[in-house]
Design a protein around this ligand. Structure first.
Ligand code: HEM
Length: 455
């Protein structure tokens, strides 16, 4: 192999191990941020014999993702991927090519149009009403306290399962899907096999662990597909589900039952944890700064009065939209965006928090300040400029952006309108982060809620 001219690196790495022995040191003293200050906006770290190139500047991200988008639209074929993604047939794992294009087009055109998103309004309202009941019941039973994350996650499962399969799930059935997806995510993420080719002699063991989980996933979703068939005969389906669009796709697409299973799981994984954890961050920031929470409540009240917030109110609530954007800026779902194949065996990662917390772009970048979005119009898709790209940018930008924005805005508006949220621990709210698929709060929110008196 010709010697690569790679971006600078902090240490000479050890044979076979790469920089891995330095990782504890990085974590203790050298954050990626300090490496950026030391080495510049692009640098290389080695894990095993694989170079990982970190891009931390908005300008370089724009050049790569927008100006040279096609080059960065590929995805690496990591050895842990094929089982859960059915040989790279899902949208997120597919190679940039024909299959990816038609599957993505189906998702965007058939599920993400404004009219389609609105068509699920009734089910969203029902999920919000059920959530109110759960929160009120839990707070009565627990001295006014509520654990937000589990309530929110269950609500989001109930919602996305209907949009995905076209019928309502009982709490138990939704819980079963949620537990299996948790198990899959734990097994699929962060495998050392991806980075240390020598360890691949052990990949047989890993397959043995993954295959039974995959078998349960297939069995579970096949039973959902069968149930959908039965309900269709009885005329009892919610029209327009994701599964329905997949079943109506051109026969030339050749989707097998296993493909359908993987695509439905992808829809749920893509749409649930990303949104729920952003929601938890938003609430944490509103609780940590009661003045912002009060201001948001007042803006909602000014606009809608004592009736419930409805989806048609959302475009008229700019401060709510600013709260959502500020949450996505300060707490995007991951610190790095995707792994992109570039020539040779290198992986390139876009370190998106470096951009959205960059003090040359943002005034007081670490402060939660929704007002910043009221004075300037920031494009969060990266099309006009890259300042923050929580949904990615370029050809592989998140296709669920519109749906996720409605879910976040609606849930925050409804919960802030209905309840006031307080931290009564006497200590400042702990906003430390941890990564579990997405970045979430290390200490889950358990806070005091009080129903607001209206009228
Ligand atoms: C707050 C919520 C969400 C955030 C922050 C988010 C963020 C992201 C990000 C950063 C990517 C990777 C982009 C890349 O690799 O360049 C992505 C991809 C994707 N997301 Fe989302 N997402 C959210 C909600 C959703 C929803 C609601 C759905 C669908 C129901 C969804 C489906 C997908 C899919 C299918 C991909 C793969 C796209 C491709 O590779 O072409 N996401 N998302």
């Amino acid at each position: 192999q010709p010697k690569l001219r790679l971006p600078p690196r902090p240490f000479p790495s050890l044979p076979l191990l790469g920089d891995v022995v330095h990782f504890r040191e990085y974590r203790r003293t050298l954050s990626l941020d300090s490496l950026r200050k030391m080495l510049g906006p692009i640098f290389t770290l080695y894990v095993g014999n694989m170079p990982i190139i970190y891009v931390t500047s908005a300008a370089l991200a724009r050049e790569a993702l927008i100006e040279k988008g096609a080059l960065f639209a590929a995805r690496p074929r990591l050895p842990t991927n094929p089982i859960f993604n059915k040989n790279f047939r899902t949208i997120s794992s597919a190679t940039y090519g024909h299959h990816w294009r038609i599957m993505r087009r189906n998702l965007v055109q058939e599920m993400m149009s404004i009219s389609k998103i609105r068509s699920f309004k009734t089910i969203r309202q029902k999920v919000v009403d059920d959530l109110f009941v759960h929160i009120a019941t839990e707070s009565r039973q627990d001295g006014g306290f509520v654990s937000l994350y589990p309530n929110l996650r269950m609500a989001m499962f109930q919602l996305l399962l209907v949009i995905c399969f076209g019928f309502e799930f009982s709490q138990d059935a939704a819980q079963q899907v949620s537990s299996l997806i948790d198990e899959m995510l734990k097994m699929a993420l962060g495998s050392l096999l991806n980075f240390f080719p020598l360890l691949r002699v052990f990949s047989g063991n890993r397959r043995k662990q993954l295959l039974p989980i995959r078998a349960r996933e297939v069995q579970m979703h096949v039973s959902h597909i069968e149930k959908r068939k039965e309900l269709a005969k009885l005329g009892e389906l919610v029209a327009g589900s994701y599964l329905e669009t997949l079943l109506h796709m051109d026969a030339g697409t050749n989707l097998s039952t296993e493909d359908l299973v993987s695509l439905c799981t992808e829809f749920l994984v893509g749409g649930i944890d990303t949104t729920v954890t952003r929601f938890e961050w938003a609430m944490a920031c509103l609780i940590a700064d009661p003045q912002i929470q009060d201001k948001l409540y007042a803006k909602i009240h000014d606009r809608v009065g004592d009736r419930h917030v409805e989806e048609t109110d959302l475009p008229n609530l700019p401060y709510l939209q600013a709260v959502v954007k500020e949450t996505l800026r300060l707490h995007p779902p991951g610190h790095v965006l995707g792994d992109f194949d570039i020539p040779t065996n290198a992986i390139i990662q876009f370190h998106i928090v470096s951009m959205s917390r960059d003090d040359t772009i943002w005034d007081e970048p670490l402060k939660f300040k929704p007002e910043r979005f009221l004075v300037s119009d920031v494009d969060i898709t990266g099309t006009k400029q890259v300042k923050m790209i929580p949904f990615g940018a370029g050809s592989r930008i998140c296709p669920g952006l519109g749906l996720a924005s409605i879910h976040l805005e609606l849930l925050i508006a409804c919960l802030v309108q209905k309840f006031s949220w307080t931290n009564v621990s006497g200590n400042p709210l702990d906003l430390a982060e941890k990564q579990v698929f997405t970045i979430r709060l290390k200490t889950p929110l358990r806070v005091l809620v009080q129903e607001r008196v209206t009228g």
